[in-house]
Ligand binder design. Structure first.
Ligand SMILES: [Zn+2]
Ligand SMILES: [Zn+2]
Length: 119
């Protein structure tokens, strides 16, 4: 594990949580979600408990936030469309509802496909 601090950048043992040389947190160390043991990038199964390891990075977390947001936005559209329908604005209400449901279905399908491919 190389220290993420650009002024330091020294090599640390993989089990270190903090840099030995400057104290920067080595936050990118992958750890087993089951027992918390440190896991190297090459290991696909935890050496301590045998659980399958998924090497997640920060891009995955950004993607999860993006998926949650894009799942919530169509819901707002569905509510807005329903309100328009009850106000007898049938045409715009129906358009909002249709677009929202289609976008929402695409998001759900996308989430399902990405979760299947990461298994
Ligand atoms: Zn360091
Ligand atoms: Zn483990």
């Amino acid at each position: 594990m190389i220290c993420p601090n650009p002024k330091c950048g020294k090599q640390n043992p993989d089990e270190n949580v903090f840099c030995e040389y400057c104290g920067t947190r080595l936050s990118t160390i992958p750890r087993c979600s089951n027992c918390g043991s440190p896991i190297s990038e090459k290991q696909h199964f935890c050496p301590s408990c045998g659980k399958k390891v998924s090497h997640k990075n920060e891009a995955d977390e950004v993607l999860v936030v993006f998926i949650i947001l894009s799942a919530l936005c169509p819901l707002a559209g569905i509510i807005f469309g329903s309100v328009n329908l009850t106000k007898k604005k049938t045409r715009s209400g129906a358009i909002y509802l249709t677009i929202s449901i289609v976008v929402w279905l695409v998001v759900v399908l996308f989430v399902l496909l990405t979760s299947i491919s990461s298994l």
